[in-house]
Design a protein around this ligand. Structure first.
Ligand code: NAP
Length: 305
């Protein structure tokens, strides 16, 4: 695929925007990239790493003349950014975002968008527990899903063009409505993160009792929780504040199931436990068959890694 957008503006220059810049450059998908981040330090690093051709102190300056604008800031910052850039957007430009929650971003951004600008919300289901401009890498999106949640009145051509860019970065694209997206993500990402945060918090309390053995003898299960629980606090605070209903719905179900398992343990109901774990094992197999994870022992990590 050749250059599809002459000028791209990245608002926010962290893990996601940095990875997009590297992927788009590597594949020659865009002309120039302008960037904006809050701090001078992040802007300097983005220039040093070659993520952007130019960096700007304000988002308003960065979007001047841009054909594609990517909002890659925490969800809670989207409204302010949208308000700031709106009067400076090029007519006919496409604005997309990469926020982990979709309904709240649409409510924050869509009303600000001027006539003739195409706002197409999106969410790459790819990330790591690291953040900032140095954490990006060009293959982050390869073989990962990137969900687009276009509004009913979206321009089909603009959606197709954005879709082609995302696919050229190696991602698979699905389109769905924003409410469905938020429910799916509450199940697959948001509630699991909250559970990881809780588990690590609990273990931290237990450390006093077990004299640091929890950390020292961490088996893979707990280690994976600690990795997830190391995720960016700002991003995850915003996810829970903005995907409140769906997350609470899933957590309610989770609590019910947890109580049922707790009861099975208390009453020695091995059949219940066995059936439950058989069902969950099948779900894991399905994920591997769908190519979304590796079947290698210890998630393909080298021994002790
Ligand atoms: P990140 O690495 O922490 O980077 C965030 C960037 O946004 C930084 O450059 C930061 O600038 C800038 N920023 C923060 N507040 C701002 C504001 N008020 N105005 C302007 N810039 C601001 O974050 P990320 O992981 O790339 O996440 C960005 C978005 O992608 C979030 O909406 C998140 O929900 C979504 N997302 C994340 C993941 C993931 O796993 N990380 C996956 C999918 C989607 P400074 O460095 O100067 O503060």
């Amino acid at each position: 695929m050749s250059v599809s957008y002459d000028k791209v503006a990245l608002i926010g220059l962290g893990l996601i925007a940095g990875s997009m810049a590297l992927a788009m450059r590597e594949k020659g998908l865009v002309g120039t990239i302008a960037g904006h981040a809050r701090t001078a330090e992040t802007r300097a690093v983005a220039l040093e790493l070659g993520l952007c051709d130019t960096v700007h102190e304000t988002a308003a300056e960065a979007v001047q003349g841009a054909d594609l604008v990517v909002l890659a800031v925490p969800v809670g910052a989207m409204a302010d950014v949208a308000r700031e850039i709106a009067p400076h957007l090029k007519p006919g430009a496409t604005v997309t975002d990469v926020g982990s929650v979709k309904q709240a971003v649409i409510e924050a951004v869509a009303p600000e968008m001027p006539e003739g600008v195409h706002f197409i919300p999106g969410h790459p289901l790819a990330g790591t527990e690291h953040s900032g401009p140095r954490s990006g890498f060009p293959t982050l999106f390869v073989n990962r899903w990137w969900l687009l949640t276009p509004l009913p009145e979206a321009d089909a051509e603009a959606v197709a063009k954005l879709r082609a860019l995302v696919e050229a970065m190696g991602a698979h694209v699905d389109e769905m409505d924003a409410a469905h997206h938020d429910l799916v993500l509450a199940v697959t990402s948001h509630a699991p993160h909250l559970i990881a945060y809780t588990m690590v918090g609990v273990a931290d309390d237990l450390r006093r009792v077990t004299d640091s053995e929890v950390i020292k003898y961490s088996a893979a299960g707990f280690r994976d929780f600690t990795r997830i629980a190391a995720s960016d606090p700002t991003m995850w605070r915003d996810v829970f504040l903005t995907n409140r209903e769906a997350t609470l719905e899933i957590l309610g179900r989770f609590t019910e199931e947890l109580f049922a398992l707790q009861r099975a343990i208390r009453t020695g109901d091995g059949e219940h436990l066995f059936d439950y774990f058989t069902r969950t094992r099948a779900i894991r197999r399905g994920i591997i068959e769908a190519g979304q994870d590796t079947a290698a022992p210890d998630f393909g990590r080298s021994k002790g890694g």
